[in-house]
Design a protein around this ligand. Structure first.
Ligand code: FES
Ligand code: FES
Length: 217
């Protein structure tokens, strides 16, 4: 089951569901009805506001212009307050490397980084992102130079169908940002929420350990 947490949260999505007594359907619906204020979304989802983000006035339910810092660039999207970060990335910014598989916080295929924290973008409202930098799979490589994790995935054949791969790569890259020399158990914990139906886990483990030792490719 997914361990990917909403930013700053210390509980899993299923725990959040129990704590807040809400489902994704009800939170999205409520986020529109309750004017989708940032504070309202925080209350409903357990996703804390970005640091320094003031309580916003009521916005919505129509579209609002939001500035998102994505892969180091400030981009403007016009979205309803109920729009998830995954939808904003894919449908507005056409960054389709972020995959939506379960769309309910169970598989982590949609993982992106908010600053250095991996989050499920299908469970994060775009209005909650604030000033944090969103890193998607498109933002990892520098031109032709792959991120060491990307190179290691290729070298160690750590993917099959690819549905989980962008989220898996982001979770691993995020781990190395926070812990450049992870143990095998650290890697297992970091990817414990990333469900791979092709069972590539042993190869992913090899790839991350190799990348951390500078032997990715
Ligand atoms: S957790 Fe977001 S698509 Fe599965
Ligand atoms: S490579 Fe197929 S789901 Fe992971």
């Amino acid at each position: 089951m997914s361990e990917k947490l909403p930013p700053g949260s210390d509980s899993s999505p299923s725990q959040d569901k129990q704590k807040h007594g809400t489902t994704r359907r009800t939170f999205l619906k409520s986020a529109g009805i309750v004017s989708a204020s940032v504070a309202g979304a925080e209350m409903l989802t357990g996703v804390p506001r970005a640091e320094g983000q003031e309580q916003a006035g009521a916005v919505g339910p129509g579209k609002v212009a939001l500035k998102l810092r994505v892969n180091g660039e400030v981009r403007t999207v016009n979205v309803e307050p109920r729009t998830t970060l995954a939808e904003a990335l894919r449908d507005e910014l056409h960054l389709t490397g972020t995959k939506v598989v379960c769309d309910r916080g169970s598989c982590s295929a949609c993982t992106v980084m908010l600053d250095k924290t991996p989050v499920c973008s299908c469970m994060t409202l775009a209005v909650d992102v604030g000033d944090r930098n969103v890193t998607t799979i498109e933002g990892l490589a520098h031109g032709e130079d792959l991120h060491p994790i990307q190179a290691a995935f290729i070298e160690h054949d750590a993917l099959q169908c690819g549905f989980c791969t962008s989220g898996m790569v982001i979770s691993c890259a995020s781990l190395l940002e926070r812990n450049p020399k992870p143990s095998a158990d650290d890697v297992r914990t970091a990817i414990s929420g990333n469900i791979c139906r092709c069972a590539t886990y042993p190869r992913v483990l090899e790839a991350v350990v190799a990348a951390s030792q500078g032997k990715g490719a």
